[in-house]
Write a protein that binds this ligand. Structure first.
Ligand code: E4P
Length: 217
């Protein structure tokens, strides 16, 4: 499973990128707002740092507007994936932008039917929002499993990009189901390294090591 980082914070991306943990980045208008940066400036900085796709989201609500904004965002770098919402207008924009050879990430997906439409419109990525479904007491992971089954039934090439990931369990479940990509905040990716038994074991080893009085360096 590929890891995308869901943030517009350049320092956090750089830290994970240095470890080879970053296969791409996703941003959205809220994340750009949180960063306090200019969208084109910060997106360019991220694109220069990361080899994989960097999603930048359009904000127009009509197809022509999304297409125009998508073309403008695509000028930032070759690795831009244009993010459009899963509306009828977004699907139209997806088809046009995909036909132009651009990567398109269709976002705000909350049903398998929506994902089916996005695949038929040629989306590069579909972004089902797990956490926001969980917030409604609906199992977000079930949606990932449904989309996986639908796409596999018909060999769609659209990649399932599990989004709105809130926990390390989301990451594990997305990987078990076979999501192609998971996009998560840096803190969630870093938390995947944590285990209480690792901490406990390390503590015991350190105590025993101190008793030996030895040094390695
Ligand atoms: C995905 O591309 C979105 O940017 C993101 O995953 C949304 O996550 P949230 O529901 O935690 O805001």
């Amino acid at each position: 499973m590929k890891f995308f980082v869901d943030t517009a914070e350049v320092d956090a991306i750089a830290e994970l990128n240095d470890l080879g943990m970053v296969d791409g980045v996703t941003t959205n208008p809220s994340l750009i707002m949180k960063s306090g940066r200019d969208i084109k400036e910060v997106t360019k900085e991220i694109c220069d740092m990361v080899d994989g796709p960097v999603s930048a989201e359009t904000v127009a609500l009509d197809a022509d507007g999304m297409i125009a904004e998508g073309r403008e965002l695509a000028k930032i770098a070759d690795n831009i994936a244009i993010k459009v919402p899963l509306t009828w207008a977004g699907l139209k924009a997806c088809k046009v932008l995909t036909d132009e050879g651009r990567m398109v990430n269709v976002t705000l997906c909350f049903s398998a039917n929506q994902a089916l439409l996005a695949a038929k419109a040629g989306a590069t990525f579909i972004s089902p929002f797990i956490g926001r479904l969980d917030d409604l007491n609906i199992d977000g992971m079930e949606l990932i499993a449904e989309i996986r089954a639908v796409y596999d039934n018909y060999d769609f090439g659209t990649e399932i990009l599990a989004a709105s990931i809130r926990s390390v369990n989301h990451m594990k479940e997305a990987a078990l189901i076979g999501a192609d990509v998971a996009t998560a905040p840096p803190a969630v990716i870093k938390s995947m390294a944590n285990h209480v038994m690792t901490d406990k074991g390390l503590d015991a080893f350190m105590k025993d090591w101190a008793k030996t009085g030895q040094k390695i360096l």
